[in-house]
Design a protein around this ligand. Structure first.
Ligand SMILES: Cc1cc2nc3c(=O)[nH]c(=O)nc-3n(C[C@H](O)[C@H](O)[C@H](O)COP(=O)(O)OP(=O)(O)OC[C@H]3O[C@@H](n4cnc5c(N)ncnc54)[C@H](O)[C@@H]3O)c2cc1C
Length: 387
């Protein structure tokens, strides 16, 4: 009997279709050959490696699960595997793809008018346009219902006032999908770069997601035509629907970050000799490595089943919450433990765990903190909203 592959202990690969395997291999090659050689430096320089974007587009990874409009139309397992490989490179690259695909293209596709779809989706798929998603405000991202940003109808236009905080791709974006309170509840608006009164500013000096752009958005009497409102999204369920899409991809991405850390520490610990034997010859190191594999394997099976449910149209948002909570916590714990097993060297950029660990501090917070996901599941179990 063949020994299990350390990073695919339950042979999840054998459960994949040929197409799913090809997508994974293609993205893995891109990450190994194009992303990993530049990512540590980009992270150190606090720079988003924009030079990778054209190839992300040419591989069909932007809006990849959508049908038509120049999108690839692959299934959700393919998309998940792509997220896993991208985040094996860096959470910043996966975040870029998640935002463009799940938080900008998916809502335009799902809630947009035909005109909005034709105008934006082909350009976003080709990366001729970049998008961002503005929901969070400075007074509390976990409670989007408390948003202050508002839009008022004036003649045939909407006038938007307010601000948004922690917005991925904000200063890169040609179009911002902005959620604002109106007399009829929360609605989504497409605001183009250069619209008078709209300004984006980078948030500098982050210690996490340094290879990603995070921005603040400001709206000072920003006037957009009525046609820029997404007709199909009414109330908070509009943006929350987008978050379910993005969280699904994150469940896979976290596995990639964990695998990167595990691989590096497995190799290191086999050659690190202390007290005259490699540290893998000690029980505690073996237990720590075994624990990493146990948790990676559980996460792989969770995301695979989640993806199958999504492809069958049966995925419930609380299932996504459970997987996001489990898998990101798993990856963060593994990154921290791998950092420790690397000793002092583990604090340098020469090894990936500290970079992944720092990135995962954002990933565990954005798209719903752990507490938020626990409360989503608690509400599902008890029928009581305890937020
Ligand atoms: C790098 C980065 C990129 C981001 N990108 C985007 C983006 O592109 N678009 C966007 O809209 N947002 C984005 N965000 C925002 C992100 O979604 C929010 O940071 C997140 O929702 C948490 O909001 P907050 O930071 O305001 O924390 P808060 O909501 O203020 O939470 C503070 C603490 O309170 C806890 N808490 C919350 N509710 C409860 C409760 N009921 N009971 C007990 N404790 C509770 C939380 O778990 C947390 O520990 C990004 C954030 C980061 C860090």
């Amino acid at each position: 009997m063949q020994a299990p592959n350390p990073t695919d202990f339950f042979d999840v690969r054998s459960l994949l279709s040929d197409e799913e395997r090809i997508v994974q291999e293609t993205v893995a090659r891109f990450v190994d050959e194009k992303a990993l050689p530049i990512i540590p430096k980009a992270f150190a320089e606090h720079r988003f490696p924009r030079e990778l974007v054209p190839e992300l587009a040419s591989m069909g990874l932007l809006g990849s699960t959508l049908q038509g409009y120049g999108c690839a139309g692959i299934n959700n397992i393919c998309y998940g595997l792509a997220c896993q490989e991208l985040e094996r490179g860096d959470s910043g690259i996966r975040s870029f793809v998640s935002v463009q695909s799940s938080l900008v293209m998916w809502p335009i596709y799902t809630y947009g008018s035909e005109e909005q779809k034709e105008r934006w989706l082909p350009a976003l798929a080709k990366a001729e346009a970049i998008g961002c998603f503005g929901l969070t405000e400075s007074h509390g991202g976990s409670d989007p219902g408390a948003m202050h940003t508002h839009a008022k109808k004036q003649g045939g236009d909407w006038v938007i006032n307010g601000s948004k905080m922690w917005i991925t791709n904000g200063t890169l974006a040609d179009v911002a999908l902005v959620w604002a309170r109106t007399e009829d509840g929360v609605r989504g608006f497409l605001v183009e770069k250069g619209t008078p009164g709209f300004e984006a500013r980078d948030i500098k000096n982050k210690f996490s997601l340094r290879a990603s752009v995070t921005s603040e958005l400001y709206f000072d009497n920003v006037r957009v035509p009525a046609d820029n409102m997404l007709p199909g999204a009414e109330g908070l369920k509009g943006p929350l629907g987008c978050l379910t899409q993005a969280r699904y991809g994150i469940t896979w991405g976290a596995i990639g970050a964990a695998i990167a850390c595990f691989r590096e520490v497995l190799e290191f610990s086999q050659t690190r000799t202390l007290f005259e034997r490699p540290i893998t010859h000690t029980q505690t190191v073996q237990r720590r490595l075994a624990e990493m594999v146990r948790r990676i394997t559980t996460a792989q099976l969770l995301s695979l089943q989640l993806g199958r449910l999504k492809d069958q149209g049966r995925m419930h948002p609380s299932q996504v919450s459970l997987a996001k909570w489990n898998n990101v916590r798993m990856a963060l714990d593994i990154a921290r433990d791998a950092r420790d097993l690397l000793g002092g060297g583990g604090i340098t950029i020469e090894y990936c765990p500290i970079r992944h660990m720092l990135n995962l501090e954002s990933v565990v917070t954005y798209e719903g903190t752990e507490t938020v996901h626990e409360l989503v599941i608690g509400r599902e179990l008890t029928g009581v909203n305890a937020f």
